[in-house]
Design a protein around this ligand. Structure first.
Ligand code: PEP
Ligand code: MN
Length: 337
């Protein structure tokens, strides 16, 4: 249920309405837009159905939200959500580029890649310290040591840090080091993990599950938001289809579909979507044309010897070329990069 408030509603009236809803045992989420303030009421709607809420001073309209996700929906918030990380704005006109290695491998390698991607115009550094690997015998990441290298790279380059959290038991540690916390595709429906990250107040990069629908992705965002953390960035990273030529199939239509359904920023990860470095460039361009708010791209100075995902990693020189080639495409769709 959403309650649309009158344009001239006073704070006293808002407090009164919130108190009334809380007394019914329901949760209220406030969304202040440029035009209107909207209250999202979450909980058993049957409790509220027969309450004459429209008579309360300050209330303009009471509307049910028919979609299963509420806080993530456009109905709840018509303005786009812009996540501001000390000036790096995600969901704004400027497309945000997050680039870096699949895994943090060593301090030296990370600093080398970080300074290269920063020079080319990336504003965030990606790199996994805790890695979800298909095989238990593959490199699992450096853990806390990897987080320390990311911290050093942030200090040296000014890049914001994006890194994955796999286990609620590591949440405190990862939140201490990261600027944006990634929930990987394999954990998109790990509901305890989603609930845990919802308790923090840092942006969450939520990747679409390998076989998840857009509605399921938005329901997972809802888990995080229902805990009070509204800073969720959605990420299309390819889905499983019958096609095996590429690692996954990049569902580009997800970008305009999600933009229509939700106010949350949407970014694309062409690296994991296609799984081959030579296809990253065209798909990154297509993502920009489709209206993505950001790109997540794997870059490695020595892909041949990378400890994970070398096949899909761009050399820094190729990444720099891509950044130049993206500029006219961004401009053509009214964006900057
Ligand atoms: C990653 O970005 O490092 C990663 C493992 O991606 P995904 O969860 O999309 O497979
Ligand atoms: Mn990877």
């Amino acid at each position: 249920m959403i309650i649309i408030l009158k344009k001239d509603v006073t704070q006293q009236e808002i407090d009164h309405i919130e108190g009334k809803i809380a007394s019914l045992g329901l949760k209220v989420h406030v969304s202040k837009g440029t035009e209107r303030t909207v209250l999202g009421v979450i909980g058993d709607e049957a409790v509220i159905r027969n309450q004459p809420l429209t008579v309360l001073p300050g209330v303009e309209q009471v509307m049910p939200v028919l979609k299963p996700y509420k806080l993530a929906s456009r109905e709840f918030r018509s303005d786009d959500t812009v996540i501001d990380l000390d000036g790096v704005r995600i969901g704004n006109q400027k497309i945000v580029v997050m680039a870096g290695p699949c895994s943090v491998e060593s301090e030296e390698a990370l600093l080398k890649i970080a300074s290269a991607v920063a020079r080319s115009g990336a504003t965030c550094l990606r790199g996994g310290a805790f890695k979800p690997r298909t095989s238990p015998y593959s490199f699992q990441g450096l853990g806390e040591e990897g987080l320390k290298h990311l911290d050093k790279a942030r200090k040296e380059t000014g890049l914001k840090i994006v890194t994955e959290l796999m286990d609620p038991r590591d949440a405190e540690l990862v939140f201490e080091y990261a600027d944006i916390i990634q929930i990987g595709a394999r954990n998109m429906q790990n509901f305890r993990l989603l609930t845990e990250v919802g308790k923090y107040r840092k942006p969450i990069l939520l990747k679409r599950g390998l076989s998840s629908t857009i509605t399921e992705l938005l329901m997972s965002a809802e888990y995080i938001m229902s805990q009070g953390n509204y800073q969720v960035i959605l990420c299309e990273r390819g889905i499983r289809t019958f096609e095996t030529y590429t690692r996954n199939t990049m569902d580009l239509s997800a970008v305009p579909v999600i933009k229509n359904l939700s106010h949350l920023p949407v970014i694309c990860d062409p690296s994991h979507a296609v799984g081959r470095w030579e296809l990253v460039k065209p798909m990154a361009k297509a993502a920009v044309a489709a209206g993505t708010d950001g790109l997540l791209i794997e870059v490695h100075h020595d892909p041949e010897n990378a400890l994970s995902d070398g096949v899909q990693s761009l050399l820094p020189s190729k990444f720099s070329q891509l950044m130049e080639e993206l500029k006219p495409i961004a401009q053509a769709v009214g964006r900057k990069i």
